[in-house]
Design a protein around this ligand. Structure first.
Ligand code: GDP
Ligand code: IMO
Ligand code: MG
Length: 442
């Protein structure tokens, strides 16, 4: 049995939640290792929808343990809201801390992080990034500048107040001087942190040690990425990115396991592209084909699960996908939302870009260049509307869809291991099992 990492291969919202829920049946531990509640992962089981922001998407499987590892930025208020809603829906019962463990090393998102994120989005001179305003960037800044508050700190009131004092010192100057906001009151912040710490205590664990024991006993582990490759802080479309390493390497640094612990890396991709928030998007069709963009948005329900914003729509970009294959070391691809394109007249696939009269086959590093490249498309016939319930194997798929899958595999050299044709668990064709097999291209 191999351990599997799930990553977004595009700009997020590819359907990671659905795949993690599905694969959780084969794993014992499900681990979130980066990002925070900027994520919105949607699961549909027996027609019932659950949206998770922080708790791993394995939670609907009663016998699995969900871990929130050190690389996550952790908002305790959001965590308890999510626990309460899972308790009231019956997804978890009595002792939830046996099912969900939170790393003592994870950094905490506090209200001043959200306030700073919001102030920058509304008032910063450099223009909007279009963040989720969940305090993600400011919390990671504090981590890197070594004035962050970690989950373990919330459990020790004796040392907490000084740490908080240090954490808010500069922020108060910034908020008052640059953004016209109000300063943070240390006493009330301290009191609310102590209360949160007490409530959190039963959930807190040394997650790295839990993982070491799991590895020693050869228990299958599923690592659940958030966001997507093109939002990675180092390898994404900087500065229009999130503040963590969303690529597969983030699973190692964010959880404390070594490279040898990882068997397969599955990149989750849509049959088309979406992006939410600002930033360059070479194959976007909002202006060139607005009616089609609206149609895909409506059929695909492309509205953000966290902020409700409209997701921008574009054609599949194989140059960007190949890039994702490389920086993640993908061993398999899960092709999602193929049903949304059913019956379209034709499809475009971007296979190279033009930049300043040259044809290029890689992503330029600068957002300014990325914004002015022109995609070069190949046109493909689309598959008709067909009865997916009758499909049991690859050969049963319409030939145009088989052709689309083969094109993706030929271009990237990576097998498609799963095809998804609807939000439900059952609306899935598993072509090979990343926990046990090396998938084959078709
Ligand atoms: P994540 O952030 O990567 O987990 O993705 P989101 O949950 O934000 O967005 C994916 C959306 O597409 C969710 O509403 C899913 O329920 C839905 N979805 C997932 N797979 C499919 C599929 O194959 N077809 C359709 N129509 N919807 C899907
Ligand atoms: P899941 O896990 C799509 C985007 C935001 C913004 C940028 C920075 O559901 O795929 P941040 O709040 O992280 O500082 O915002 O990143 N973004 C996402 N886009 N899916 C997500 O998560 C995202 N999380 C952040 O829209 O452009
Ligand atoms: Mg999402």
């Amino acid at each position: 049995m191999k351990n599997v990492v799930i990553v977004g291969a595009q700009w997020g919202d590819e359907g990671k939640g659905k795949v993690v829920d599905l694969y959780s049946a084969k794993a014992e531990y499900i681990v979130r290792y980066q990002g925070g509640n900027n994520a919105g992962h949607t699961l549909v089981v027996n027609g019932k929808k659950t949206v998770l922001h922080l708790i791993p998407s394995g939670i609907l499987h009663a016998d699995k343990v969900c871990l929130i590892a050190n690389g996550v930025v952790f908002d305790p208020e959001v965590f308890f809201k999510e626990i309460d809603s899972l308790l009231s829906s019956g997804a978890i019962t009595n002792a939830p801390y046996e099912r969900v463990r939170v790393s003592d090393r994870a950094h905490v998102i506090l209200p001043y992080h959200c306030a700073l994120d919001a102030a920058r989005e509304t008032k910063a001179a450099g223009g909007k990034l279009g963040t989720t305003v969940r305090g993600i960037g400011p919390a990671y800044e504090d981590k890197v500048s070594r004035r962050g508050i970690r989950v373990g700190d919330l459990l020790d009131p004796k040392t907490l107040k000084e740490k908080l004092r240090h954490a808010i010192e500069e922020k108060n100057v910034l908020m008052a001087g640059l953004y016209g906001g109000s300063p943070v009151d240390l006493e009330s912040l301290f009191e609310s942190c102590v209360k949160l710490g007490e409530k959190l205590r039963p959930y807190v664990a040394d997650v790295k040690s839990v993982l070491m024991t799991a590895l020693a006993h050869k228990r299958a582990i599923l690592f659940e990425g958030a966001q997507g490759t093109l939002l990675d802080i180092d390898h994404g479309t900087y500065p229009f990115v999130t503040s963590s390493n969303t690529i597969a390497g983030g699973a190692l640094t964010g959880s404390g396991v070594g490279e040898g612990a990882i068997g397969s890396v599955v990149g989750i991709m849509k049959a088309y592209l979406t992006r939410v928030g600002s930033g360059p998007f070479p194959t976007e069709i909002e202006e060139t084909e607005p009616e089609l963009a609206e149609k895909i948005r409506t059929i695909g329900a492309e509205f953000g699960a966290t902020t409700g914003r409209k997701r921008r729509i574009g054609w599949l970009d194989l140059v960007a996908l190949k890039y994702a294959v490389e920086v993640n070391g993908l061993t398999g691809l899960a092709l999602m939302k193929a049903d949304v394109l059913n019956g379209l007249e034709f499809l475009r696939i971007c296979t190279s870009y033009s930049l300043g009269g040259n044809t290029i086959y890689d992503l330029p590093s600068r957002a300014e260049d990325l914004a002015r490249i022109e995609p070069n498309y190949e046109i493909y016939p689309c598959w008709p509307d067909y009865d997916a319930k009758k499909v049991e194997e690859f050969g049963d798929l319409p030939e145009e869809l088989r052709g689309y899958i083969r094109k993706i595999e030929d271009f990237t050299g990576v097998p498609v291991v799963l095809l998804s044709v609807g939000p439900g668990r059952e609306e899935t064709l598993e072509l090979s099992d990343p926990f046990t097999e090396v998938g084959k291209v078709h």
